[in-house]
Design a protein around this ligand. Structure first.
Ligand code: EPU
Length: 339
């Protein structure tokens, strides 16, 4: 029997440790729990909200409806070919455990995405990415449940409309489906992506010329641990803003004023500018405003130094956006889901 709690505070269930109450709340551990929750929500005319690892949200006000904390777990190798394998995980599984599982089975493809907090179910919603790899590069399919009808639907790569930290589940289908399981297609032979600057530098620094799968995992772990705060000790939600895509013409104009402004080419006429650089150069790196601030090693990360409120975080977000706009004329867009 599903336990539905009224008026549950969600603060401790987010990695930023900022929250508000949910009108109703339940933990789901199985497909049966989910089905029961869907029936309950229909009967009581309540909207369903899904909470995974809480690693990419800023809950700023009471959530009206039924919040489901997804703890449906499990993972397995589904199919093996001569050179590839399909590996599937249930959506409430920890992403870090999933990557570990694939690496332990000597399967390559997810290693650059090691140590990203959150659940498997959130990965396709955000099309998570790091060190030159995005989920879409290895995504095979997902099974989702329609929260209105309880019917199952399979999504193949093209159905998901993946983009930079974006998918159909953030847009047209927002709130409509519960992602139940995610399958990726991995390689039995290491197919390593080593182009990302900091990864290349780390491997060179360690004197590793021909890295193994485990070398890459270790290098990624080192880079992340040196730059990104562990939410267990310093609450945060990862990158708070997205990197900015703009035209080459605007970039060139800015470069004249700010020599050294970094960029990555996106196409012949478009580039991406790291938001962390802009925030740092607008003077926010390591700056504290009461209980909140932008991290001292990665200016893109908003951190809660203890007991911060959504109001304080919101005020800092506004300040950072206004300063970047004023100095560079560029608009920062939140990567974190603000509710
Ligand atoms: N930079 C600065 N100052 C800073 C931070 C960054 O100048 O304080 C500049 C540097 O030029 C650096 C460049 O930004 O070379 C890129 O920095 P970094 O490699 O740390 O990556 P990022 O672009 O800031 C993105 C993702 C991260 C992901 C890393 C590594 C987004 C929004 N963020 O950050 O993802 O781990 O690349 O691939 O795309 C997340 O989404 O939560 C996340 C942590």
């Amino acid at each position: 029997m599903l336990k539905i709690e009224p008026n549950k505070n969600l603060t401790r269930l987010t990695t930023l440790q900022i929250g508000a109450p949910a009108e109703f709340f339940a933990v789901i551990k199985s497909r049966e729990d989910l089905d029961e929750a869907i029936v309950w929500a229909k009967k009581n005319k309540k909207t369903i909200w899904i909470l995974g690892g809480g690693s990419n949200v800023l809950i700023s006000k009471k959530i009206v409806g039924l919040v489901l904390k997804n703890e449906i777990r499990g993972m397995a190798i589904k199919k093996e070919g001569a050179t590839t394998a399909i590996v599937e995980a249930k959506s409430g599984e920890s992403w870090i455990r999933f990557v570990n599982f694939t690496v332990e089975h000597n399967l390559s493809g997810l290693e650059n995405l090691f140590l990203i907090y959150g659940t498997v179910g959130a990965a396709p919603v955000q099309n998570i990415g790091a060190y030159g790899v995005e989920l879409k590069d290895v995504f095979y399919s997902l099974t989702a449940i329609d929260l209105k009808t309880g019917c199952e639907r399979i999504f193949k790569p093209a159905d998901c409309r993946f983009g930079y930290r974006d998918s159909i589940f953030k847009n047209k289908l927002k709130g409509r489906y519960f992602i139940y399981s995610v399958a990726v297609k991995l390689s039995k032979k290491p197919s390593l992506k080593l182009d990302y600057g900091s990864l290349r530098e780390k491997l060179a620094e360690q004197g590793i010329k021909k890295p193994s799968l485990k070398d890459v995992v270790a290098a990624i772990a080192e880079i992340r641990n040196s730059k990104l705060p562990n939410p267990g000790t310093l609450p945060n939600a990862g990158s708070f803003f997205k990197n900015i895509e703009t035209s080459l013409a605007i970039y060139k104009k800015l470069l004249k004023k700010y020599p050294g402004l970094p960029f990555w080419p996106v196409s012949a006429a478009r580039v991406k500018i790291p938001a962390g650089w802009l925030i740092e150069n607008a003077g926010f790196k390591g700056k504290k405003f009461g209980s909140v601030g932008m991290h001292d090693k990665q200016a893109l990360i908003l951190v809660n130094y203890g007991g911060a409120s959504a109001k304080q975080a919101g005020a800092l977000v506004k300040k950072v956006k206004a300063a970047v706009k004023k100095k560079f004329g560029l608009d920062l867009e939140e990567e974190v889901n603000i509710i």
